[in-house]
Design a protein around this ligand. Sequence first.
Ligand code: UDP
Length: 382
Amino acid sequence: MPKRIMTIYGTRPEAIKVAPVIRAIEAHPELESITVVTGQHREMLDQVNEIFGIVPDHDLDVFAHGQTLNGLMAKVFDRLDPVLESVAPDAVVVQGDTSTVAAASIAAFYRRIPVVHVEAGLRSGDINSPFPEEANRKLTSQIAALHLAPTSTSFDNLVGEAIDPSTIAVTGNTVIDALLHTVQQEIPYHDDRLLEAEQAGRPIVLVTTHRRENWGGAMEGVGRALKRLATTYPEHLFVLPAHRNPIVREAVLPQIEGLTNVLVTEPLAYGEFTRLMKVATIVLTDSGGVQEEAPSLGKPVLVMRENTERPEAVEAGTVKLIGTDEERIVAEVSRLVDDPTAYAEMSNAVNPYGDGEAAARSVAAIAHLFGLGERLPDFAAK
Ligand code: UDP
């Protein structure tokens, strides 16, 4: 009987990062893959599943506009438990730090099902930032039977919290597997203006923002900074694929209305987004995943946060933490546009997060949990 491995995920970044793992579980002769989506994000999640050709076996459909974190958690517990009971998986796989991850881990633990945590051990050191993700990730570390740490830094964080090192494998981040798979395909843009800008070689500043800690005033400041930058640099195109969350849209969009060189799009399909990242000049973001992807494409990344649980590319010099102060955003982007030396210093391609083999290492470690083969050698950043 193959071991039943149930992967539970709920948001766009989780879907991107578990897709390579799900594929590798499916390909393993002694493992059976079962997929459950909570639907914490709805359209953005479905979009990614479609791209990677994953049809979830169970859909808990918990999404509702404006629901609280507690309401969301309660729904996941309520709807996941019967699925855990009826499927009785041998292990549950979760990825990252969302409320889906925390709820699914606890639900599996209560049913004495071993939890495998993909992307374990990232720490900002501040329980309130990213909120609530830092806490979600730490909670899961307390419960997991197998920790798949992307880097040696995340391994050290776990060991520093007294996690048994024999339960940790260093895999690299599966986002690099997804990126390498996707970026080599020339996925067509749905919006012709992106193709025009790419073909004209127009300098593109790619902007994303969604972090809960930045909601409200900070995000309005991001919008105002964008307006000032777009006015100062009319030859640049500022592209903002707007997150679906209305709180984000209401804060940013009114500030940038009517500017012809700010292009606001719907969330881009993953392949379109990675294509755009590859041709962009500068990436301005508060995203976690983008902080990992853009450095491997050699793009300077300005991160609109005060801290990060992904210090590796900051140490390598490709990522800079700039916070959300309007003046600082304007100054840092302007510096990269105006000063070729500053730009060159930040635009080295670095790969501290992975080599594209993270899913293979992850699945070998999962199989090893059941005595099915050996783990692969740990990922070591070059
Ligand atoms: N992404 C995407 N389309 C977009 C914006 C982002 O496919 O329009 C991808 C991006 O490449 C990265 C992931 O979504 O892999 C990041 O998601 P997000 O910033 O929402 O979440 P975080 O990584 O901060 O948890």
